[in-house]
Every structure is written in structure tokens, then in C-alpha cells.
Write a protein that binds this ligand. Structure first.
Ligand code: BGC
Length: 649
């Protein structure tokens, strides 16, 4: 293996900047070039001419997080790794684990959650899934990249406690899986660009969290290349001649020492060696990859509402409407968009194959953000004669994408109008929403008996939906983000910073932490999701294992005749605290398969972090003695069991 001493200073400098758009430098043939490719919802590999290779369009991360299943997250990673290994990619620019601070963020579909614990566990499993197949991960975007508006320049100004409690932990958990690389964000954090921020990268990521892999800049995120090397950002991507010249000049005039350069070169040599020693595995065939996409979608689709048990469908006359039934949005726009060659199956055809007497009327088609077309007359007539009507609505990659934020949480006005109009012709409306993040459904939700949130679930979305709608699969997904009643109810509303900075004055009160602390109603709370079965929770017990370490056990029982999976959530509340703390915080969770009428005991661990807040004064996680409530819920607002413990000296 090539060592530091085998490289000239020129080669070392070049190694810190990438060979081209996607590859690392080969040091005049001394080293192999590593190929980096997007991304979080499937492989998006571009060749030199910019042609994108076809791959499996997997569910996006919002859907993966809605599974609340670390096994699903691992399978997601393993499946994408098969596409990457087959294509010859070495590193995936994934997963994206930024917090969903506002539902408007254009890239929320690419991120897991508003909760750092949930996002961190999903990320860890995804990385294990990818890397166990010989492909590296680049977990992104460190840190506090929570909106797209002015993402290249606007500073996220966040206090240290909030960074440690909300914006860092998902990365800390992810790092436990030893991702080969971490990608810095575009935005400045507290005034200093993330990819050049010494405190962020060297002191926190490497110092506090012990990360020893390669730190890579986001594409084009570097403004001062000497500063980023000093900050421990090893690799600037993509290659940029001006930046390279500046790097060389900084070395020549002594602003950058050879020792500083060697530190980063060493990280890169270790990465290249790791990649060479890794056995790239194509674990799944193309057909299996598609099956995995369907399976994950089945677990991540969320049944939000089901009045009078209108779902599952029986063998009855069902009218399906909306052009998404035939052309569903598979993912959002930007660098994560995967081009698949899988031919979508129409929802009504799939339902017909399951025994429903289905008819289809497109009726409404969203052409782009602005324009829509209506062909409704036929639909109204058919709706009158149908037993039930499925309306397929949502957003697509024109609305939710990298590079800009949404401006509204509402559906396109013509979709809202269509739902209202259809309710005049049929009482049994089932609305399927394909979208990458929270939707304000208030204007029409009363008109719908059932609402199914498909998310952006990749190329298997309609197959998964058909299984859920007909009850072949019992829905088990739950929301990994809160659905507020309206935009005005969110902390940020339509505020998005002043172009220079955005002050995170909400502190640790993000997502359900905010709605709970303010006592605000929401449309659907964090952790909400229905099933066709009913469950009972009982027998909560807490056993102390050691100081600050506990095991919480409880039973979940399926009271129905059909199998199910129950996502139970463990929250902790600090009853009295010297600092303002959220009403409760998620500290563990489980997804438990339960046969008909079966009961199981769930055992979940709580460690010191479950009770601690980050004290800036002590620069440490701190637990204050006293009472802590232990809450077990079917959602953050459906607490089924409760007890408390006292932590004392
Ligand atoms: C995105 C990254 C992506 C990179 C390469 C950037 O614009 O922010 O998430 O991995 O491009 O496509």
C-alpha cells in the first residue's frame, strides 16, 4: 500500500481535492480512484458525460423512518449497496440525517426525522447495511443544514446546548457504525462555513465524538481551502482548479504546513486502503432489489385515519382517481433522484388483480407546480355508482426538491377542490397522499373517511399500497415527523432567516418537543399510525441495572384475528429540572411482530443519555437527581403506560 513517503507534496495536495466531479485523485497512477455517488434513496451514479445510470428507486428516507424498523433501514442500505457494487461505485453519499426543523424544508424527504434518536438509529442501521457489503457511506450534512433557502450562504446560528441535544446526536449515533466518510454541510454554523469550521469538525466531530474517517465537503461548499484543511475537512469535492491553486499557494507561503496536509492525506490513504480491502458484494439480484423496495414501502406507509373501518377494501366496486395512481412520484427532486427502468403498475390494476372491481378515471392531473387539468365530469358520475372512491393526490419533485423549500404545506388547490367536490358524490372517500413531508390536510380531512400517507416510497409504492389497501399487509408505519394543523402552527411559520443568518431561537423545542411544550393541537402527532388490528399495553416494569442504567419492560398484545406489527415508543420526562426541557423525549422504541391474539414482552434499555441534558457550563451531559417519568406510547400523544423512577446519589 502506498504510504505518505511515497507521495510528492504535489500529489498530496492534489489528493485533497478530488480528480473530477465524482472521483478521488489517483496520484499519477499510484492509487486507485474511489468513485463517490449519490445517494440516500438509491444509487444515482453519473458518468463523465453526466449520463445517469438506471438503478432501483428505493423508498426515500422519510418512508424508511416511518417504518420505525432498524431492520428495514439495514435492508434499505444493503439493497442500495447491491446497485452500487454492481455499478462499481465505492462510496454512497448517504444517509442524509439532518433534523426536520421545519416541514417546509425542500429536502425533508431525504432526511429521517424531527427526532435525533430515531434518525440516529435508522442511520446506524443503514450504514451497517451498506458497509457490510463493501461500499462506504458518506453521512451528511454535518451540521444544522435544515432548510434549502439560501443554503450556500445563510448561517444557522444555534446555541451549543441545542446543537448537542438536537442537531448532533443523529451524527453521534451514526458514527457508532463507523461511516467511511462524513460530509460537511454547505451552510455556515454560527458564522463559519460548516466545511471549514474547526470547532465543528476538529473539536466536536473528531475530538468529542472520536470520528477518525475522512471528512468530505459538500459539492462546492468550500470557500477557503486552507481553512478547511486546518479544520480537518480532508477532501474537497468536486475538483476545482482555482481551489487547488489556492491550496498550493497556501502551502507555498507557509499558511498550511506539511504536517497539516499529511494529517488529511493519511485519512485519505486509510480510506483508499479500507475500500481496497473491502469485499464488494452484490447481495441481491435486480428482482430482489425491487422486492425489497416493495417490502420497505409496505412497512413505511402510514394509515393516518380509518373511520368506520372503511379500509381494508373488500371485494367491492372501487373507483380510483388521480393521475398519481398511474404515475406516482417515487422520490423528490435533486441529487437523490434515482432513475429507474422499472415500469410502474397502476394502482387500479393492482387492486383489480386482488379481486376488487375497480374502475379508473384520471379526473385530475397536476402538470407542474402551477398548472393542473381537470376532467372531472366522468369521475363524478362513476363516483356516484361506486362503493368507495380512492383519490390519489400529493406533491412531486417539482414541489419538494433540493435547492428550494416549499412555501406552503397545502396540496395543490385543485387537488383540495377535487376532494371536496368528490365528497358530494360519494361518502366513502379514501385519500392516498404521495408526498415527502408533512401536509396540511385541514381543509379536506373531514371529507375523507380514510387517509393513507404513502410518502415518496420509491418504485414499489403502488404494489405496497395495493397490499395495504386490500389488507394483504396490515399497516405498521408510524409518522417520524409531526403533521401540524397548518403552517402558522409551526415554530418557524414562513420565516426563513434574513439571508445572512437564521437564529434557532426555538432551541431544543423542535417538532413534537415544540407542540407538546406549547400544548398545541396537531393534525397527527409524531409516532402516530393506525393498524387494522387493536393492541393492548400492560405490565410496565422498570429495573435498575446500574447507576443511570435501567431496563423498561412491558407487554404488547394483539387483540385481533389478524397478524400485525406494533411500534411502541419509550419517552422520558424530567419532572423538575434547572433548565427548560421538553415535556418528553423519545429514548427508545421497538417494532414487535404479533400473531393473532398474541402477547409479547418488550424490553428496552435506558442509559445515562436518556435522562441527561447537555450542560454548556460543564461541557458535559448532565443528569440532575430527582423524578423521571417513564412513558410508553403507541404515539407521542397516545401514552398507554406510565411509571416513574427516582434518580439519586
Ligand atoms: C448535495 C449533496 C450531494 C452532492 C453530490 C450536493 O449538492 O447537497 O447531498 O451528495 O451534491 O451530488
Amino acid at each position: 500500500m502506498v504510504a505518505l513517503k511515497d507521495l510528492t507534496i504535489e500529489e498530496k495536495l492534489r489528493l485533497l481535492t478530488g480528480k473530477n466531479e465524482w472521483q478521488t485523485y489517483d496520484a499519477n497512477g499510484k492509487l486507485p480512484s474511489l468513485f463517490l455517488s449519490d445517494g440516500p434513496s438509491g444509487l444515482r451514479m453519473q458518468d463523465e458525460k453526466g449520463v445517469v445510470r438506471k438503478a432501483t428507486a428505493m423508498p426515500t428516507e422519510c418512508v424508511v423512518a416511518n417504518t420505525w424498523s432498524v431492520e428495514a433501514a439495514r435492508l434499505h442500505g444493503e439493497t442500495i449497496a447491491s446497485d452500487a457494487a454492481e455499478a462499481g461505485a465505492d462510496i454512497l453519499a448517504a444517509p442524509g440525517i439532518n433534523m426536520k426543523r421545519t416541514p417546509l424544508c425542500g429536502r425533508n424527504f431525504e432526511y429521517y426525522s424531527e427526532d435525533p434518536y430515531l434518525a440516529g438509529q435508522m442511520a446506524k442501521a443503514f450504514i451497517e447495511g451498506v458497509q457490510s457489503n463493501g461500499i462506504g457511506c458518506s453521512v451528511k450534512h454535518f451540521a444544522a443544514n435544515n432548510r434549502e433557502y439560501d443554503r450556500l450562504f445563510q448561517s444557522s446560528d444555534v446555541d451549543e446546548r441545542t446543537l448537542h441535544e438536537i442537531y448532533f446526536p443523529a451524527f453521534e449515533y451514526a458514527i457508532q457504525a463507523k461511516p467511511w466518510t462524513v460530509m460537511g454541510a454547505y451552510n455556515p454554523v454560527n458564522g463559519i462555513y460548516a466545511s471549514e469550521n474547526k470547532w465543528l469538525l476538529k473539536d466536536v466531530l473528531r475530538g468529542e465524538f472520536g470520528y477518525d474517517g475522512v471528512i468530505v465537503s459538500d459539492w462546492g461548499a468550500v470557500h477557503d481551502t486552507a481553512a478547511r484543511v486546518k479544520a480537518s475537512c480532508d477532501l474537497e469535492m468536486p475538483y476545482n482548479k482555482n481551489s487547488y491553486d489556492a491550496l498550493k499557494a497556501a502551502y507555498e507561503d507557509g499558511r498550511l504546513t506539511e504536517a497539516e496536509i499529511d494529517e488529511s492525506v493519511t485519512h485519505l490513504l486509510q480510506l483508499i486502503e479500507k475500500s481496497q480491502n473491502a469485499k464488494k458484494t452484490v447481495r441481491y439480484t435486480k428482482a430482489e432489489r425491487h422486492e425489497n423496495a416493495v417490502k420497505i414501502a409496505e412497512e413505511g406507509i402510514v394509515l393516518l385515519k380509518n373511520d368506520a373501518n372503511i379500509l381494508p377494501l373488500k371485494k367491492e366496486r372501487v373507483l380510483v382517481t388521480g393521475h398519481y395512481a398511474t404515475k406516482p412520484p417515487l422520490g423528490g427532486g435533486g441529487s437523490s433522484f434515482v432513475q429507474t427502468d422499472y415500469e410502474q403498475q397502476a394502482l387500479h390494476d393492482l387492486l383489480k388483480a386482488s379481486g376488487c372491481e375497480t374502475d379508473y378515471e384520471m379526473a385530475i392531473c397536476i402538470l407542474d407546480n402551477q398548472r393542473s387539468s381537470f376532467y372531472v365530469r366522468g369521475a363524478y358520475e362513476k363516483a356516484r355508482r361506486a362503493d368507495k372512491v380512492i383519490i390519489c393526490v400529493g406533491t412531486d419533485k417539482e414541489t419538494e426538491a433540493e435547492g428550494f423549500d416549499r412555501t406552503s404545506l397545502r396540496l395543490h388547490p385543485s387537488q383540495e377542490r377535487f376532494i371536496t367536490e368528490m365528497s358530494k358524490y360519494n361518502d366513502n372517500l379514501i385519500v392516498v397522499v404521495y408526498a415527502g413531508s408533512a401536509i396540511d390536510m385541514s381543509p379536506w380531512i373531514d371529507k375523507a373517511k380514510a387517509v393513507v400517507f404513502a410518502g415518496y416510497a420509491g418504485e414499489g409504492v403502488n404494489e405496497a399500497l395495493a397490499s395495504i389497501l386490500t389488507g394483504r399487509v396490515n399497516p405498521s408505519g408510524k409518522l417520524s415527523e409531526s403533521f401540524p394543523l397548518c403552517l402558522e402552527d409551526t415554530y418557524c411559520g414562513s420565516e426563513c432567516g434574513n439571508g445572512f443568518c437564521e437564529r434557532y431561537t426555538d432551541g431544543v423545542f423542535v417538532g413534537y418537543r415544540y407542540y407538546d411544550s406549547e400544548g398545541k393541537d396537531v393534525l397527527f402527532p409524531f409516532g402516530h399510525g393506525l393498524s387494522y388490528a387493536r393492541t393492548a399495553y400492560s405490565d410496565i416494569k422498570v429495573e435498575k441495572k446500574s447507576k443511570y442504567e435501567y431496563e423498561v419492560s412491558y407487554s404488547v398484545e394483539n387483540l385481533s384475528d389478524i397478524p400485525m406489527q406494533e411500534v411502541s415508543q419509550l419517552y422520558v420526562r424530567d419532572v423538575f429540572s434547572s433548565v427548560a426541557r421538553p415535556v418528553k423525549e423519545l429514548k427508545n422504541f421497538a417494532k414487535t411482530p404479533l400473531g393473532a391474539h398474541k402477547k409479547k414482552t418488550v424490553r428496552l434499555a435506558l442509559d445515562k443519555r436518556a435522562f441527561a441534558f447537555y450542560s454548556v457550563e460543564n461541557a458535559a451531559w448532565t443528569v440532575e437527581n430527582g423524578e423521571f417519568e417513564i412513558l410508553v406510547g403507541a404515539s407521542s400523544r397516545d401514552i398507554r403506560l406510565q411509571t416513574s423512577i427516582i434518580i439519586e446519589e
